[in-house]
Design a protein around this ligand. Structure first.
Ligand code: NI
Length: 173
């Protein structure tokens, strides 16, 4: 595994639509393994392939509802993911590993259901609630070249960010 460079806001690749994954090969597995290491190192809640410069529909999401001390047990790999159902609404602080230190209020569904395949091409469905639902939405947006700033109603002040940091919420995706 190797760390990959996370592209920062302003990089044209972050505004492009990613193509479907068609080959479930060693190259894909290497990409996912590297993304996993990069996500853990960055202490984020999710990472999308275009954030490391690969315009393919693959994302990782940290599902905090999975009980484990080890974050690597909580990481879900989603290939060619689609949101197939959503309900409710939440308004909360959101950030992005491609926009370090910037947080804004974004409305997202409270609950989302996602259909995707795993790294071998096997289809599965997953539910996400709260922060995990937010991360699913945020990461899937990256696959369509959409940055969270598109939806920000207002940005957080330094004071609010300090408070957020102390509550360990609104982590970067
Ligand atoms: Ni992001």
């Amino acid at each position: 595994m190797a760390l990959r460079n996370i592209l920062k806001d302003g990089d044209a690749a972050l505004l492009k639509k990613s193509r479907a994954v068609t080959d479930y090969n060693a190259r894909l597995h290497k990409l996912l393994d590297d993304m996993r290491e990069t996500l853990i190192e960055a202490n984020g809640l999710g990472l999308a392939a275009p954030q490391v410069g690969v315009l393919r529909r693959a994302v990782l999401v940290v599902d905090t509802s999975i009980e484990s001390e080890d974050v690597s047990d909580q990481i879900i790999e989603l290939i060619n993911p689609e949101i197939i159902a959503s309900s409710g609404e939440q308004d909360g602080a959101e950030g992005c590993l491609s926009a370090p230190g910037i947080y804004g209020m974004v409305k997202r569904p409270q609950l989302v259901k996602v259909r995707a395949t795993d790294r071998y091409g096997k289809e599965f469905e997953a539910w996400g609630e709260g922060l995990t639902a937010r991360a699913f939405c945020h990461e899937l947006d990256h696959l369509d070249g959409i940055m969270f700033s598109t939806y920000v109603s207002r940005y957080l002040t330094d004071e609010e960010m300090d408070e957020l940091a102390s509550r360990r919420e609104g982590e970067d995706a």
